[in-house]
Design a protein around this ligand. Structure first.
Ligand SMILES: *Cc1c(COP(=O)(O)O)cnc(C)c1O
Length: 809
């Protein structure tokens, strides 16, 4: 790894680079130009290693993994790359001499919003860990011109603004024109006998889209590995445009051009419901086909091995079902382009592909209408149809006359393509993302598949990059940990365990208190600057940040806040532990209840904060535009981590792990990875409440829950529900939420869990009052969080699924 020797060398190189890039006096540079200059300097440092990493993989012919994900929520890269190459101090000092503060330069980088939330952030943590562990693994996705919308709150409501993140250019990417490929849409596909009588596929009258890769280096941590995140951009094919024009139909030609440019224009702002369906399907096939073509081309060019050995050298992972077309697309390439037979192609495909399931919410299961699928992807449809026919024939011969079996496992059923079924059938490995979630997959969601292929199923509990979420986000805590146990945990996060003996150490507790206070001060400053509001840093910072969704139950949190408000109103002498309740999160643009939840939070916040007496004891704030960068400010400042989804609904969660690693106490249900957090830290160091997943399941199956009964049987709940519709909350009305709680029988058991949640909140207050006990819990959480590093997760994927090994150099 090349390095800057000292700050003098940094300053010299910076000055040279800045002159070439901007042609102006250093003093006139904007912060964005300073950031870009350093980014290009970092690229200069790593470019040899980037090339070298790829050469070594090819020379040693190691097996490589390609992580296909329709989202990569990578966050800003300047600071993480500086930390990765261990050049942050030199850069900081050099900049200071030149008159800039690195901490002011870092925010000049736009946070690429190429993801919605947890799923995209997971993919980003995974490629970070792959590079840190020197594993040969790369990301494959789409270079959206517009990322997830920017959120503003206007009149208490969410407003979505376009995220034109590429306006100033993106210095980390390298366009690789020579590696472009073509992806086919539409036309007709049919089988016909060739000369020797076997069938071959004809695909004609299709439309070609040019896919151009933009590569982003993924820099390892203090090693020489530089892997690649390959993002594809759709361009029209000039050849096809001219051909259309030459046929004289200008309108058709321009329609072609427009529709192609749409493909990589927007990220779909929804990670649980699908809309804009046709374009979304085009996006999925686009990055899958482009990615696979480039992998196969690279394999043939560099590995000089038979195509029949493809799966020995290539693993492809699909992050949820959005890339599941990898399965028929690999079949297509193997059969139509490499001349492999169906059976051999199927074996290669299944051995290559592995699938991670991310959700069991029925509305989030991806399905496509067959007519649309067929029209858009005629050749792929023929293959999917054949996969389905062969599979159902097998199933029906095993269970003759039992059509329910066929229905439960069919890829094509009721006019729809069932993507999860395609993914399970075409993969050698299927995993859930937390123990409870993987169990639910085996027991119910994919039960029939589990009985057919029990050996395919496993669990890989999610993780987070401790580099980004501890070392980078919370340098104060990171240094404190170094002082106590040395810095070995930075490479080996399981060593955080060594903090256990410090849990009751008064001096360590004091230091930890100081660090937490400093992080709360930093956040309080941000809140004062942005929202002109003062928050007490001696109050409990109780934070819920995540996408807004009924199942995540921000409503439960805000109803409890309203309940506290009434208590304080009714009893003017009542003293509660002071609290600052913070919310953040985006609602999908078309998700009415989620947007109403945001409005309710903001209206309640104003009512609470503008009451002079009550706002001394509690404040409520909704922070706009939650993204990775805002998260890096919030997780370190939290005392309490709100993880209150309806049990059985949150597959894993990863926000819970970021809070834990920063010493916050989990207030949560036994859902997703909360179950494992609870097991690691014990009842004494987290607060668990509410229905269990099996109890929720029981109600769904057998009935027996009536939210109207909750309403009539409990005066507190009645008052809260009435307040939603009687105008007593600042004259505002929340009929949609009222009706989801009562008329729709409270699908997510908010009212059912309400009392239990109030008690849990009281327990939190009680524990916070005992400072040494609270510190003890905080230390235990940090100490036990090493398990939730994505390094552990990725090691398990590498050993159990991908069978890949580190490449040291
Ligand atoms: C971690 C993270 C998420 C996922 O949070 P959950 O609480 O697990 O839903 C979503 N968005 C951002 C920006 C994140 O950093």
């Amino acid at each position: 790894m090349k390095k800057w020797q000292d700050k003098e060398e940094f300053k010299k190189l910076f000055t040279e680079k800045a002159h070439i890039l901007w042609e102006k006096d250093l003093r006139d540079m904007t912060l964005n130009e300073v950031y870009q200059t350093i980014a290009y300097m970092i690229r200069d440092l790593v470019s040899e290693d980037w090339i070298r990493t790829n050469e070594i993989y090819a020379e040693q012919k190691v097996k490589q993994v390609y992580y296909f994900s329709i989202e990569f929520l990578i966050g800003r890269l300047l600071e993480s790359n500086l930390l990765g190459i261990d050049m942050d101090d030199i850069c900081r000092q050099g900049l200071e001499d030149l008159g800039w503060d690195l901490d002011k330069v870092i925010p000049a980088e736009r946070d690429p919003g190429l993801g919605n939330g947890g799923l995209g952030r997971l993919a980003a943590c995974f490629i970070d860990s792959l590079a840190a562990l020197q594993l040969p693994g790369h990301g494959n996705s789409i270079r959206y011109q517009y990322g997830l919308f920017n959120q503003r709150i206007v009149d208490n409501q969410q407003v979505e603004l376009p995220d034109n993140w590429l306006v100033n250019g993106y210095p980390w990417e390298v366009k690789k024109v020579d590696k472009a490929v073509y992806v086919r849409f539409g036309g007709n596909a049919y089988m016909r006998p060739d000369e020797d009588g076997s069938l071959e596929c004809v695909h004609e009258k299709y439309s070609s889209v040019r896919a151009v890769p933009y590569d982003v280096p993924i820099i390892g941590y203090h090693n020489n590995t530089v892997n690649t995140l390959r993002l594809w951009r759709a361009e029209y094919s000039r050849e096809q445009l001219y051909q259309e024009l030459s046929l004289g139909d200008r309108r058709r030609a321009f329609r072609y051009k427009d529709s192609v440019q749409q493909i990589s224009r927007f990220l779909y702002p929804d990670d649980s419901n699908e809309d804009g369906r046709r374009l979304r399907l085009m996006q999925e096939y686009f990055f899958v086909s482009a990615g696979l073509q480039s992998i196969v081309r690279h394999y043939k060019k560099k590995y000089h091995e038979s195509i029949y050995k493809f799966d020995r050298y290539v693993a492809i992972h699909i992050n949820d079902t959005h890339p599941a077309l990898v399965i028929p697309e690999l079949m297509r390439i193997l059969m139509d382009e490499e001349g492999v037979s169906w059976d051999a192609a199927w074996n290669i495909t299944v051995r290559t592909v592995a699938y991670t399931n991310h959700t069991i919410l029925p509305e989030a299961m991806e399905k496509w209408s067959i007519p649309m699928f067929k029209e858009l992807l005629p050749r792929i449809y023929l293959i999917v149809e054949e996969i389905n026919n062969r599979w159902l024939k097998e199933v029906r011969s095993l269970y003759p006359g039992d059509e329910s079996r066929a229905r439960d496992v069919a890829v094509l059923w009721d006019g729809q393509v069932h993507m999860a079924h395609l993914a399970v059938l075409g993969s050698h490995s299927v995993n859930g993302v937390a123990e409870i979630h993987s169990q639910i997959l085996k027991d119910s969601t994919l039960h029939q598949f589990y009985t057919c292929f029990p050996h395919r199923f496993s669990n890989k509990t999610n993780g987070i990059s401790h580099r980004r979420w501890l070392i980078e986000a919370n340098p104060q805590l990171a240094s404190l940990i170094d002082e106590a146990i040395g810095d070995g945990w930075r490479r080996t996060p399981s060593k955080l365990q060594d903090l256990m003996p410090f849990a009751d150490d008064p001096s360590f507790q004091e230091q930890l208190t100081r660090v937490k206070k400093e992080r709360k001060d930093i956040l309080a400053r941000y809140i004062r600057d942005r929202y002109d509001t003062d928050v007490r840093t001696d109050s409990i910072f109780d934070i819920q940040i995540k996408r807004i969704h009924l199942y995540k139950r921000q409503t439960l949190n805000i109803l409890h806040i309203l309940h506290l408000y009434y208590l304080l109103k009714d009893n003017p002498k009542l003293k509660i532990t002071p609290r600052t309740f913070l919310f953040g999160g985006k609602a999908a643009a078309g998700y009415g209840e989620a947007k109403e939840t945001i409005r309710l939070i903001n209206v309640v916040a104003h009512m609470v904060n503008s009451d002079r007496r009550i706002s001394k004891q509690m404040k409520v704030l909704f922070l706009e535009n939650y993204n990775v960068s805002l998260g890096q400010l919030l997780f370190p400042a939290a005392d309490v981590s709100e993880q209150i989804s309806t049990a059985g609904k949150e597959a894993s969660g990863t926000g819970n792990m970021k809070f834990m690693m920063n010493g916050a106490i989990t207030l949560g249900t036994l859902d997703g990875a909360n179950v494992e957090i609870h097991r690691k830290v014990g009842d004494e160091n987290c607060v668990i409440f509410g229905l269990r997943a099996d109890e929720v399941m029981n109600y769904y199956i057998h009935g027996g829950y009536s939210s109207w009964q909750m309403y009539s049987g409990d005066a507190d709940i009645r008052r809260l529900m009435d307040a939603l519709v009687d105008g007593s909350i600042s004259g505002e009305h929340f009929g949609m939420l009222y009706s989801s709680f009562l008329d729709k029988n409270d699908e997510y058991f908010v009212l059912k869990d309400f009392k239990s949640y109030c008690q849990a909140q009281q327990e939190i207050a009680k524990r916070y009052g005992n400072h040494p006990q609270w510190c003890h819990s905080s230390v235990v959480n940090i100490a036990q969080s090493g398990y939730f590093s994505s390094d552990r997760t990725i090691q398990q994927y590498a050993d159990d699924i991908w069978r890949i090994k580190p490449v040291k150099h």
